[in-house]
Design a protein around this ligand. Structure first.
Ligand code: ADP
Ligand code: 5GP
Length: 210
């Protein structure tokens, strides 16, 4: 096997509203991770900053980026397109900067299948319950109740992808969840022992979709 080089890639995915964006920002702030800023055809939310949260583009520009083969991965999520451009990611990894991605399971699969020569750690974030998830989605997308309902409908399908990730972490208390991810990343980097109970996760998923 080839020796892994450069920085590491950390992917966080989750059903919408479980808290991965919040966790990505926290991880980046406390660890100096470079956040991969995606392109999307979705309209900005009121609290979002173009160029920071996303590069907001139209369908035409997104198609141009696909045609020019600029995406490391891209996918249609809900009704919009989302994608990660390759150049900033590779440039940072080559400089030994660690890069963190907030992308869905389709993007995580694509990056995994590329088998890049950088260490990749994937996390799937779950909410403590569906009730809590609905509350978080309703609070975040206050202006549009339909969005929360639409994303809840997708939940049972999205959650099934947990099996393809290295680790699944439940985001109940934010600080505890952050520390759990942090410890797992440290253990991966240092080849240390991992505090991880897959059976517990499996039972939690069964409860969520029952
Ligand atoms: P995602 O990126 O997975 O769709 P967000 O990070 O946007 O989810 O989180 C959804 C909402 O839930 C946000 O309003 C966020 O502030 C809130 N949130 C995230 N984690 C927690 C937590 N542990 N406890 C309470 N609220 C949280
Ligand atoms: P939101 O619209 O709530 O910001 O994101 C919706 C979903 O799109 C989330 O699951 C998020 O992780 C995913 N997403 C954001 N950026 C990308 C990306 O560049 N590629 C892929 N595949 N998914 C993304």
């Amino acid at each position: 096997m080839l020796q892994k080089k450069g920085g590491i890639m950390v992917v966080l995915s989750s059903p919408s509203g479980a808290g991965k964006t919040t966790l990505v920002n926290l991880l980046s702030k406390r660890n100096n991770f470079f956040i991969s800023t995606s392109h999307t055809t979705r309209k900005p939310r009121p609290n979002e900053t173009p160029g920071k949260d996303y590069f907001f583009v139209g369908d035409e520009e997104f198609s141009r980026l696909i045609k020019n083969d600029e995406f490391l991965e891209y996918a249609k999520v809900f009704k919009n397109y989302y994608g990660t451009t390759r150049t900033p990611v590779i440039q940072n990894l080559e400089k030994k900067n660690n890069v963190i991605f907030d992308i869905d399971w389709q993007g995580a699969d694509q990056i995994k299948n590329k088998k890049l020569n950088y260490k990749l750690i994937t996390f799937f974030i779950l909410p403590p319950s569906k009730k809590v998830l609905f509350e978080r989605l309703s609070n975040r997308d206050m202006k549009d109740k339909l969005i929360a309902e639409e994303r809840m409908k997708q939940f049972d399908r999205d959650v099934l992808h947990w099996i393809n990730y290295n680790y699944v972490v439940i985001n109940d208390n934010l600080e505890e969840c952050f520390l759990k991810i942090q410890k797992l990343i440290d253990a991966e980097i240092n080849n240390g022992s991992k505090d991880y109970d897959k059976e517990f996760v499996k039972k939690h998923v069964e409860k969520l979709i029952s």
